[in-house]
Design a protein around this ligand. Structure first.
Ligand code: SAM
Length: 319
């Protein structure tokens, strides 16, 4: 059983964060192709978002993509090492706060204030007792039109016999797509989409991506997807998207200047496009730590320069 204490001990002192989590993106060729090839396509209707809450940013593997797409960002993590790491890495992002929390509580985040709650590659290790406390709070933090996207375990559906399989990845055994859907509904929310996915090798449906919202918003029937091609998708992304993440030599832009220096940024939509231009560096699998450092340096420039003037327009929201 993956307790919160187990998580805290592992991620604070027990794990070598040299590559800042970039190592977990190797199957996609790096965090950049994974973001633009796998995560962003699932989130594009809800980004940019005025206010983002990220549960468990770790060392900021997704934070660097989220920050240029919001005006307010809060990251909560149980590892003080990660909180300090993000505070240092994103010191120039004045619209971001990183908070050390106990793993159960989202207090300090204002109720009904958040457009997007995001958590990826973390709550797969959280058992049902943790989600039972987090999900009602997630719903409480969302505003009327807000949406949460959380990645959690589905091992409760798969069965404990798979826990010794390779790539089990320390998934929580007490969580399934179904008990999370029931919990969301009992907590006054609704499921928009649940996508059961494979992870690692063997096409085992061990994880689930759940997009949820408050129950008092527009009602739509929940969509349930069963996708055992998630890792196949990663392989396509690695082969056919990742090469586009290589920075092309541009004689008009000095090496030390990011794309953001060269172009006037006046709204969030154009920042999305700029981010695509500004972040490319290298493709994994190669020295992951170099990649992360270089990308972060480019990305944190965006909020400083852009001014973050435009709130998310209604046409960008999930209807
Ligand atoms: C595998 S790392 C992933 C970090 C980041 N999401 C990523 O994908 O790079 C797991 C992170 O989750 C944090 N964590 C685990 N359980 C948590 C909880 N209940 N609340 C907040 N943070 C948690 C850990 O401290 C660690 O930073």
């Amino acid at each position: 059983m993956q307790t919160t204490d187990w998580n805290r001990q592992l991620w604070y002192g027990g794990y070598k964060w040299d590559a800042q989590g970039e190592e977990w993106s190797a199957a996609w060729g790096g965090s950049e192709p994974q973001w633009f090839g796998s995560l962003y396509p699932r989130l594009h209707r809800v980004l940019p978002a005025s206010s983002i809450l990220e549960i468990a940013p770790g060392m900021g593997r997704w934070t660097k993509f989220l920050l240029p797409l919001c005006r307010n960002y809060v990251g909560v993590d149980i590892s003080l090492e990660c909180v300090r790491g993000c505070q240092k890495t994103f010191a120039d992002a004045h619209h971001a706060r990183f908070m050390h929390k106990d793993g159960y509580s989202l207090s300090e985040v204002e109720d009904h204030s958040v457009d997007l709650v995001f958590s990826f590659d973390t709550l797969v290790h959280a058992e049902f007792d943790v989600l039972k406390r987090l999900i009602p709070q997630i719903l409480q933090k969302l505003n009327e039109r807000g949406v949460a996207f959380i990645h959690h375990s589905n091992m409760g559906s798969v069965g404990a016999e798979f826990k010794d399989a390779p790539d089990f990845g320390l998934r929580a055994l007490s969580v399934s797509y179904k008990n999370i859907e029931d919990l969301i509904v009992q907590s006054g929310g609704r499921v928009i989409i649940q996508e059961v996915i494979d992870w690692g090798s063997g096409k085992v449906p061990r994880d689930c991506l759940t997009m949820l919202a408050r129950g008092d918003g527009q009602q739509t029937d929940p969509v349930h997807l069963y996708n055992l091609q998630f890792m196949e998708e990663s392989s396509n992304i690695r082969h056919f998207h990742a090469p586009y993440s290589v920075r092309l030599p541009d004689p008009t832009v000095p090496d030390t200047v990011s794309c953001q220096d060269a172009v006037e940024v006046d709204n969030l939509a154009s920042q999305t496009a700029l981010q695509r231009q500004g972040t490319p560096t290298k493709v994994l699998p190669v020295a992951a730590d170099e990649v992360a450092d270089e990308r972060i340096a480019a990305d944190v420039a965006v909020p400083r320069r852009g001014g973050m003037e435009s709130p998310r327009s209604s046409k960008h929201r999930l209807q």
